[in-house]
Write a protein that binds this ligand. Sequence first.
Ligand code: SF4
Length: 240
Amino acid sequence: MPSRSPRGVVSEIFRSLQGEGIYVGEPQVFVRLAGCPLRCRYCDTPQHLRRNGRTAMRVAEVLRRVRRLDAKKLCRTVSVTGGEPLMQAEFLTALLPALRRAGRRTYLETSGVHPHLLRRVVRDCDVVAMDIKCPGDTGKPYWTEHREFLAVAGKKAFVKIVLTSKTTEAEVRKAVELVADARPRPPLVLQPVTPVRDRRHGGALRPPSPERLAAIFKYARRRLSDVRLVPQMHRLWGLP
Ligand code: SF4
C-alpha cells in the first residue's frame, strides 16, 4: 500500500448483523465513516454527523481492523456506512477495491443524493443501499438527485424509504413513481421509523399507524413487483 494512500475519517468499525433492507440478518463488518451534510429528522446516528475530533485512518489500517474482527471471513460483506460515506469519495476509491481484493463484497449505505460522487466509486460497489429522502424529513426535495443516482447505481441498487406518521401521501406517491420509472426497477423497502426524537422539529417521531402502513404497502404493490416491509431489525435485536 503506498504511504500516500488517502486517509478516511472513520467513526467505528464493528461486526453485527445487517438490520435493514433486503440483506437483513446477514453477518457483516461495518465501517462507519464520519460526517454527513444532511440533517434528517429521523437520523439515528447524530453522533456521527461531524468529523471533528476523529482520527483519520489509512486503508491498510481499516483492512487490518476488518481482518482482526473477522479473521475467519464469516462475514462475506463489508458495509461501508455513515454518516454519508460518499462525502469521502476519494478515500472510497482506495478502500472499496482494497476490500474486494481482500475477498469481501462491498455494500455502500448512502442517502442517495450525490450521484456525481457515486459515479466515482460505483464500479467497486457490489450493493448500493440507497435511501429516498422525503422533503418533509430533510427540509428540501431530492427527487432529481435520486433519479440520477438510481440511473448510476443501476442493477446494484435497492431503495429504502423511512416512513413516519408525518410522511405525506404525495411523498409516498412520488417515491413509488421514482422507483417505478427506474430501469431496472430496484426492490423497494418500506421501513417504519423506530421511534426517535425529531431532530429537526423536536418532539417524538413515530411510525405510521398499522392501517396506514398497510395502505402504503398496498399502494406500492399495485405499481411495483418487489416491495418489502422491513423495520430496523438490529434495534429489535439490541445490536449496534
Ligand atoms: S443521511 Fe443518514 S446519516 Fe445523514 S442525517 Fe440523514 S439519516 Fe443521518
